[in-house]
Design a protein around this ligand. Structure first.
Ligand code: P1T
Length: 395
């Protein structure tokens, strides 16, 4: 197998090993000449051929295939329990590659809370190409039947969703969608494969913004698709090469490096988020806290079933409306006011004005008293003190 030759790696069958071992070893053979334990950044854009049309090790041109990208693809595919993995230049590029299976006249059902850029891509780019979209409240999976038309091909969802942290029941949604003859795509960015593996629950494809927890350090933009569907994999191989939205070898190296520590980072993201939730839930300025780990979260039981932890993302609504939400977002010192999520440093933002401005006026519009936190890996007490002082500063 390319990039995973067992003789070179001493790592015969990655699937036998646990998550953390695969994150560190899958697809990453030791260098056959030096024994180097780190996959090199392979910069060559072209590869010498044995004879006309006969590449030596399967590589011919850097857009089509690259050894660093291959190692990263094998590794993250293994973590998602997938036979096939494809890296893209951004999360949206990965999404675009998947959406290109749809033809003009086809229809897509979209969970009614999702990243603003995803909605913009589906609505403005694929919408202009003739794909219809209907937003559906997937907390009631039976609504898929009510909204389904003969043109519907795909259900697309995030869980937990961005930014409302809604939980959708992947297994129930897949079972209804498959019965109706469609496919299900799950954006697993918030949960990561460490906390949730949608393919094992019936999803046909998983998509990631690797810019977030997979990269984990706010220094690489990337996207990923994992699937066990051979026809979808053929479409993705074709699209990755034909459209060319591939990540650079350096980007692949950074994302692969981040992946090695995904498990330990997620454990701390989860425990820091739980501490933050406890502080917010008892604060008089806070109207409600949105976190699937809370007993009274409407999706709590489903989250317990389909996730092994509740994640590092926390949203909350303020009693003081938009003004209070904007003021608290601008008043923290350890939490940085910025878009994005999933990295070592804690971030705070106002989704209505920032990440989700493009859903204003749509079925996906978010409340304007909402604040979103990406809880990072700093000292827990520093995070709590920082939020407490920002909330107190409102008085
Ligand atoms: O930014 P990019 O790598 O292209 O990924 C897009 C994307 C896809 N899916 C989800 C769930 C996302 O959250 C994102 C990007 N989100 C942000 C930048 C944000 O701050 O929410």
């Amino acid at each position: 197998m390319l990039g995973g030759d067992p003789q070179l790696s001493g790592f015969e069958d990655p699937d036998e090993y646990g998550f953390e071992t695969r994150a560190i070893r899958a697809g990453q053979p030791h260098d056959p000449y030096t024994g180097a334990v780190v996959t090199p950044i392979s910069l060559a854009t072209t590869f010498a051929q044995e004879a006309v049309g006969q590449p030596r090790h399967g590589y011919e041109y850097g857009r089509t295939g690259n050894p660093t990208r291959h190692a990263y693809q094998v590794c993250v595919a293994s973590l998602e329990g997938a036979q096939h993995g494809f890296a893209f230049a951004s999360g949206l590029a990965a999404e675009d590659a998947l959406l290109r299976v749809l033809r003009p006249g086809d229809s897509l059902l979209l969970g009614d809370d999702a990243y603003g850029g995803t909605f913009r891509l589906i609505d403005k780019v694929h919408g202009n190409a003739g794909v219809q979209t209907a937003a559906v409240d997937l907390t009631a999976p039976e609504k898929i039947r009510d909204t389904w038309t003969p043109e519907t091909r795909m259900v697309w969802l995030e869980t937990p969703t961005n930014p409302l942290l809604t939980i959708f029941d992947i297994e129930a949604i897949c079972s209804i969608t498959h019965e109706l003859g469609g496919i299900v795509v799950v954006d697993n960015t918030f949960a990561t494969p460490y906390l949730q593996q949608p393919l094992a629950l019936g999803a046909d494809a998983v998509v990631h913004s690797a810019t977030k927890y997979i990269g984990g350090h706010s220094d690489v933009v990337g996207g990923f698709v994992a699937t066990n569907d051979d026809a979808l994999a053929d479409h993705l191989v074709f699209t990755q090469n034909a459209v060319g939205a591939v990540p650079s070898p350096f980007d692949c190296y950074l994302a692969l490096r981040g992946t090695k520590t995904l498990a330990v980072r997620m454990d701390r993201h989860c425990s820091n988020a739980e501490a933050v939730v406890e502080l917010l839930a008892g604060h008089p300025a806070v109207r409600s806290v949105l976190y699937p780990g809370l007993d009274d979260h409407i999706g709590h039981e489903i989250a317990r079933r389909q996730m092994s932890g509740f994640g590092g993302m926390v949203s909350f609504r303020m009693h003081g409306g938009r003004d209070a939400a904007e003021r608290v977002s601008a008043a923290t010192k350890v939490f940085t006011l910025a878009e994005s999520l999933g990295a070592v440093e804690s971030l705070i933002e106002h989704p209505g004005a920032m990440t989700h401005a493009s859903v204003a006026g749509s079925a996906l519009e978010v409340p304007d008293d909402l604040v979103r936190l990406s809880v990072g890996l700093e000292t827990t007490a520093d995070l709590l003190d920082d939020l407490a002082q920002a909330l107190t500063a409102l008085d």
